[in-house]
Design a protein around this ligand. Structure first.
Ligand code: UGA
Length: 432
């Protein structure tokens, strides 16, 4: 099939490349000339394990191409995926849909034969209805079909999540589009993915409800972890004990710092705004947002206690600053709250992240990037394991702390406290 992906961020690029790997002809379009040029030269603008190899392979065999010409690309394609960003509106909680509607307007002038136009970007309930209105201003309704097909890709695991999804959701009431899209996804369905056809609005809501539920699950276990800390219980026992109940499930029950990234914080706020529009109070999600906002302060209080309320001039190391492992994404990472706050209180901070130095910290006083773990922890009073990179999972702390023993605060519960304490380190973790 001939596909066009509009927007070459995580969603558009990963989905486009994976669709081309499944044998489709895919044009990835972006208005950013530099990005498209880079891609044509085999340079990948985002950090995503396994992506580069797939891009090179499919670009070479000519199933994948890149273009800045939206109109021509739409004309050449049967199925158009809209994959542009839907960030939070400045100063508000709702999603900014201007990129979506601009793209819809451009598509509306390029419909030369029947097209299926799909929102893969996360778009609020009724966005599909709006797109349909925009496109029908210039086109007969028989010449296009607007479908919602939300993505469920995790950064850092995006290719695996694309190839082995739990489910494929297709939101359309039109039989023809449903048949064509089932055919497009058949290779994944054959491998076990469940294919679900719903109304367009339902598909839009499934995406938000899923992200909001996962954010709720994490926030729930984070609050239980707070109780565990006060009562000498190991939160991991709780996660296992709860997670084995099939109705609950064990995934996304890892306690840690506040959840972050480009999706959960943005989507929880956006679904509240949508619900407000329909005069519905999503009070559970509201309190999840509040609890998660409060979480960085709670963890900072613990840092303060660990250091006997003396932060000033203390040398603190952060291992990992991205919002999770296997990504270079800093968006809404809790390190962006913790590091500036500790620096303000007079701490001297060194950080190491496998994805390198971060612009976010360049202007902060007494915050320094270290090129290696060894350099980062040298002379430190407190080492905070902030992100669960594999690089941090088997550190020989004894070897690294030759001159001075530091305290370890493992915010991802990577290590066993007995093992680390036996090596003579003071060790703190989350929910224990
Ligand atoms: C999330 C969803 O998991 C994807 O299904 C969805 O497609 C994507 O948003 C999106 O809407 O595009 P992502 O933001 O890449 O994916 O990251 P997650 O792996 O879900 O992690 C989000 C945050 O939750 C991270 O800060 C992570 O550290 C935290 N987390 C996750 C926990 O604290 N505990 C857990 O058990 C799991």
């Amino acid at each position: 099939m001939k596909l066009c992906m509009i927007g070459t961020g995580y969603v558009g690029l990963v989905s486009g490349v994976c669709f081309s790997d499944l044998g489709n002809d895919v044009i990835c379009v972006d208005k950013n000339f530099n990005k498209i040029n880079q891609l044509k030269n085999g340079k990948i603008p985002i950090y995503e394990p396994g992506l580069e190899e797939l891009v090179l392979k499919n670009y070479k065999n000519k199933r994948l191409s890149f273009s800045t010409d939206l109109k021509e690309s739409v004309k050449k394609s049967d199925i158009i995926f809209i994959c542009v960003g839907t960030p939070t509106k400045k100063g508000e909680n709702g999603a900014d849909l201007s990129q979506i509607y601009n793209v819809a307007k451009e598509i509306s002038t390029s419909i030369n034969k029947f097209k299926i136009i799909i929102t893969k970007s996360t778009v609020p309930l009724t966005t599909g209805d709006e797109i349909e209105k925009i496109i029908s201003k210039k086109n007969n309704k028989k010449k296009f079909s607007i479908v919602s097909n939300p993505e469920f890709l995790r950064e850092g695991e995006a290719i695996r999540d694309f190839i082995y999804p739990d489910r494929v959701i297709i939101g359309t009431n039109e039989k023809k589009s449903n048949r064509i899209l089932k055919n497009l996804y058949q290779p994944l369905i054959s491998k076990g993915a469940k294919y679900i056809n719903t109304s367009r609005r339902a598909a839009e809501l499934i995406k938000y409800a899923s992200n909001a539920f996962l954010a709720t699950k994490i926030t729930f276990i984070n609050e239980i972890a707070n109780l565990c800390e006060k009562t000498g219980i190991n939160v991991e026992d709780i996660s296992i004990g709860m997670g084995l109940d099939k109705r609950i499930g064990g995934r996304f029950l890892r306690a840690g710092p506040a959840y972050g990234g480009s999706c959960f914080p943005k989507d929880t706020k956006a679904i509240i705004t949508t619900a407000d529009k329909f005069k519905t109070n999503l009070s559970v999600i509201r309190s999840v947002i509040k609890s998660n906002k409060n979480r960085s302060s709670l963890l900072l209080n613990r840092v303060n206690e660990i250091l006997n309320k003396k932060i000033k001039n203390k040398k603190i190391t952060f291992l990992g600053v991205t919002f999770k492992a296997n990504t270079d994404d800093m968006r809404d990472s809790s390190s962006q709250i913790m590091i500036p706050s500790l620096s303000k209180k007079g701490a001297i901070i060194k950080y190491f992240d496998p994805t390198g130095q971060k612009n976010e910290f360049k202007k902060l006083k007494n915050v320094f990037y270290s090129k290696t773990i060894k350099e980062a922890v040298e002379g430190s009073d407190l080492v905070i394991i902030h992100t669960e990179w594999n690089d941090f999972k088997s550190i020989n702390f004894k070897n690294l702390a030759k001159s001075k023993k530091f305290i370890i605060y493992d915010m991802r519960n990577i290590y066993s406290s007995d093992k680390i304490q036996n090596q003579g380190f003071k060790y703190y973790s989350v929910g224990k």
